[in-house]
Write a protein that binds this ligand. Structure first.
Ligand code: MN3
Length: 209
């Protein structure tokens, strides 16, 4: 995601229907083609009159948003965050069942955290605790240990000195068509389609910093 203005909506790395039965086709279509597309369009429209910022990457716009003109700070935060969070979320999913055991960098940290059961319970509880719209995240803290946090709306963990590894979108548009108001059922299904290889790759990228 090191691209700059004009930002584009990358195609999903899998088919809309490929996360069935855990996440339904229509939800994936609307979520990618309409929700994410709207954030991309609005971010570009916000930045269009400001060519002096067109060289900034998405991460830079989010990290240094407080240096932007005040009249676009909120729009960049909300729409840039919407672009970052959604691409990150879609990239974190896969139709191919995966075992954490294949990735020692994840397994060792989960053991350190207290085991998979505690990890899953805590991440679910965090995601359930989001009031209204937002995300739950697995991040690496400054000591390279797993930490679970939540963010409201389209806020990102980038400005908190935390390195994001995995997020789950708990805005109702992420699950309402299939799971109605049952966020817990959606979360349970979401655990079945997590792309642990992507998480392991993100840990490796962090270690290469
Ligand atoms: Mn969403």
């Amino acid at each position: 995601m090191n691209e700059h203005y004009p930002f584009v909506n990358p195609p999903l790395p899998y088919d809309f229907n490929s996360l069935e039965p855990y996440i339904d086709t229509k939800t994936m279509e609307l979520h990618h083609d309409r929700h994410l597309q709207t954030y991309v369009d609005q971010l570009n429209a916000t930045l269009a009159p400001y060519p002096q910022y067109h060289f900034l990457s998405l991460e830079q716009l989010l990290l240094y948003g407080s240096s932007l003109p005040t009249e676009i700070q909120t729009k960049v935060k909300n729409n840039g965050g919407g672009v970052f969070n959604h691409i990150f979320f879609f990239d974190s999913l896969t139709p191919t069942g995966q075992s954490i055991a294949a990735y020692p960098s994840i397994g060792s940290r989960i053991n350190e955290y207290g085991g998979y059961r505690k990890f899953k319970d805590d991440l679910s509880a965090a995601a359930l605790s989001v009031f209204g719209s937002g995300y739950a995240w697995l991040v690496l803290d400054a000591f390279s240990k797993f930490k679970i946090i939540t963010t409201p709306n389209q806020d990102t963990p980038l400005s908190q000195n935390l390195y994001p590894l995995l997020n789950v979108d708990v805005w109702e548009h992420a699950y309402y068509l299939k799971h109605y108001n049952q966020r817990a059922a959606y979360l349970n299904d979401w655990f079945s389609v997590i792309n642990w290889k992507t998480v392991a790759d993100r840990i490796s990228s962090m270690n290469n910093y």
